[in-house]
Design a protein around this ligand. Structure first.
Ligand code: IPE
Ligand code: IPE
Ligand code: MG
Length: 267
């Protein structure tokens, strides 16, 4: 097994990349494969804030800094797809004041960060029931999609008003409609067709799923897509999850053996 990289923690800023960070990234890339698609369940903003006597909303604000840091670090190490669970269908049931604050934060963040994403060669994409988002949020999203549409260094997908069961239900509904219209036979329903009927069509399945704040559950995120994804759960709250811990997650991924149900190579 390869040696760990991170025995001594390195202080990293989220703004300018340090030489130490560049060296760590180089070592990480040399050490093993970088996951092509990383998905994150960004959890623990509220607890992070409460532990510090702050409001939950403050935790969401701080979480945005982690989003920026993780996004840029992923692009720098050569991740091709980063998917962030930003707001779930179930999150609509939170107190109205928190939902409103989250939607405000989405609008402001998109407005502020779209240009930076663009400069970094990152394409923005979103999956979810986007029509439920407030009109201003939809508009900011569309503008950011348009601005970044030509970028191909990394795709950042925000799962917004997203729920896996909702997504699968929508896919089933569209397939049944096709069948009723006489354009689809039951025998033609394959795993590939189901995959293509989901909102994640065109995205490879995640190689690595990170969940912060220690919870050992999927909370309705990408249930179909994570069938063979490697899981990494950290106790760090999302606002405390910065690139250093991301590198630990990638390192852990590099040490796994992905068998896909087969037997290990004994040669
Ligand atoms: C994750 O943090 C952000 C969203 C779900 C929008 P939480 O708000 O779930 O924070 P905790 O889990 O209550 O600490
Ligand atoms: C999952 O976190 C949803 C997002 C990160 C957007 P939650 O905080 O909503 O999940 P539960 O309630 O702990 O399962
Ligand atoms: Mg939570």
């Amino acid at each position: 097994m390869a040696t760990p990289l991170l025995d001594t923690p390195v202080q990293l800023t989220s703004v300018a990349q340090t030489d130490a960070d560049r060296a760590l990234q180089g070592a990480l890339k040399a050490r093993g494969p970088i996951p092509g698609h990383i998905a994150c369940i960004m959890d623990g903003n509220g607890r992070w804030a409460r532990q510090r006597g702050k409001t939950r909303v403050k935790g969401h604000h701080e979480g945005v800094i982690s989003v920026r840091d993780i996004t840029e670090a992923c692009a720098q190490i050569g991740v091709e797809h980063l998917t962030l669970y930003t707001f779930s269908t179930e999150n609509w049931h939170r107190p109205a004041a928190e939902v409103t604050a989250l939607m405000e934060l989405l609008v402001r963040t998109l407005r502020k960060e779209a240009e930076r994403l663009h400069k970094n060669g990152i394409r923005l994409h979103a999956i979810g029931d986007l029509e439920r988002l407030p009109p201003r949020g939809q508009r900011e999203l569309r503008e950011a999609f348009d601005l970044t549409a030509g970028n191909d260094r990394m795709t950042l997908t925000l799962a917004l008003s997203y729920g896996s069961r909702w997504e699968i239900t929508e896919a089933v509904r569209s397939l049944v409609a096709e069948a009723q219209a006489g354009r689809l036979d039951a025998a033609d329903v394959t795993e590939e067709l189901v995959t293509e009927s989901l909102l994640t069509r065109g995205l490879p399945d995640p190689d690595l799923l990170v969940r912060t704040a220690g919870e050992m559950r999927l909370s309705n995120f990408l249930l179909w897509q994570v069938a063979y994804t490697e899981l990494f759960v950290t106790d760090l709250m999302w606002p405390a999850f910065r690139r250093e811990e991301l590198y630990r997650a990638v390192q852990s991924y590099q040490d796994r053996e992905r068998r896909y149900g087969r037997v290990a190579d004994e040669s």
